[in-house]
Design a protein around this ligand. Structure first.
Ligand code: TYM
Length: 328
């Protein structure tokens, strides 16, 4: 595996995945696991920077692993890691934090968003978040990072940290690049913004059944009566069209686009078709997930073995970094 390009990605341990996570990140991971040296992680240390319940965190971590496995990540092809089982993430993050300015972290949009969302929970970990994320990838000398476009500011920090470290202590880290998928930005069902777990009504989960998908899509706003002309580029209708192109391909998109242009569009029909298309893609994922869910020992073993193998590699990087930084 040594000569293959290194890939790393992580998903916060916030429970079951939604279509944004799947299309923006997991599909990229699946595409890469065959030809690259891949590590995919559930980042529970990042999940504790915003309000959470310690009684359910382990289950949330497990839910992400189950969705990974259901979606087709294969432990024979990639390593699956639980971040807190590899404490070297925190160790490297500390070393890297000593070379990165606080002011740049305070300016990041993700930090500002989280601050606005949880004004009473602005902790040091939240500010430190991108440094820990840089450490996640650099710990394994990751070169490609399959993540959604919302993570680009974090990738920039990562590259800057790598450049700075290399400049100060000698070439050690690559400058990681984002691996983009077609669904790098999945919009919210509610209209503005992206599909997100923290916005009620904005998402569809990978584990949703057909009725639930229908119900969630039924709540998506449309602009009855305004059709005609080009398909809009923003708003509820635009978002339905984005999902239609992602799940129905060109042909389906064009059919509804034509209906829109000719003012024949019936959003109930479009939502119904879309529900079916989404469920068709999710059904096999749900079946596979169920198989793993029914075999908890197998899942425990996958987490344990993956994390142990990651830890060995992580320790090598830590040794190198300590040596270069002049630490004992
Ligand atoms: P997180 O947990 O918010 O999201 C996990 C992945 O899902 C992608 N994503 C989306 N993609 C397209 N459209 C959307 N609506 C959408 N919503 C979420 C995210 O881009 C991400 O790829 N900071 C990261 C976790 C992380 C990480 C890492 C990622 C920590 N360390 C190291 C890569 C490498 C995050 O919060 O992802």
């Amino acid at each position: 595996m040594a000569d293959k390009k290194k890939v790393y990605s992580g998903v916060r341990a916030t429970g079951r995945l939604h279509l944004g996570n799947y299309l923006g990140a997991v599909k990229g991971m699946i595409a890469l696991q065959d030809g690259y040296d891949c590590i995919f992680s559930v980042v529970d240390l990042h999940a504790i920077t915003t309000p959470y319940d310690p009684r359910t965190l382990k289950q949330s971590t497990r839910d992400v692993i189950l969705d990974f496995l259901g979606a087709g990540l294969d432990p024979a092809k990639c390593l699956l890691e639980v971040q807190s089982k590899v404490p070297e993430h925190m160790e490297l993050a500390y070393y890297l934090s000593t070379i990165f300015p606080v002011s740049k972290l305070e300016d990041l949009p993700t930090y500002k968003d989280k601050k606005a969302l949880h004004p009473k929970y602005v902790n040091l970990g939240l500010l430190y978040y991108p440094v820990l994320m840089a450490a996640d990838v650099l710990l394994y000398k990751g070169e490609l990072v399959p993540v959604g476009i919302d993570q680009e500011p974090h990738l920039e920090v990562m590259r800057e940290v790598a450049r700075k470290f290399n400049g100060m202590f000698g070439k050690t880290f690559p400058e990681p690049q984002r691996f983009a998928t077609e669904g790098e930005y999945v919009p919210s069902l509610m209209g503005p913004g992206k599909m997100s777990k923290s916005v009620t009504g904005s998402y569809i989960l990978l584990t949703d059944d057909l009725d639930t998908i229908r119900r969630r899509l039924a709540g998506a706003p449309t602009d009855s009566g305004k059709a005609g002309g080009d398909v809009p580029t923003e708003g509820g209708v635009a978002n339905l069209f984005v999902l239609m192109s992602l799940f129905g391909g060109r042909q389906m998109y064009q059919k509804f686009e034509q209906d829109y242009k000719e003012k024949k569009i019936r959003y109930s029909e479009m939502k119904d078709t879309l529900s079916e298309l989404i469920y068709q893609e999710l059904k096999p994922i749900q079946e596979k997930r169920k198989g793993f869910e029914e075999n908890p020992e197998l899942v425990d073993g996958i987490i344990q073995e993956g994390s142990e193998a990651c830890r060995k590699r992580a320790q090598e990087t830590i040794r190198e970094v300590k040596e270069k930084m002049g630490l004992y």
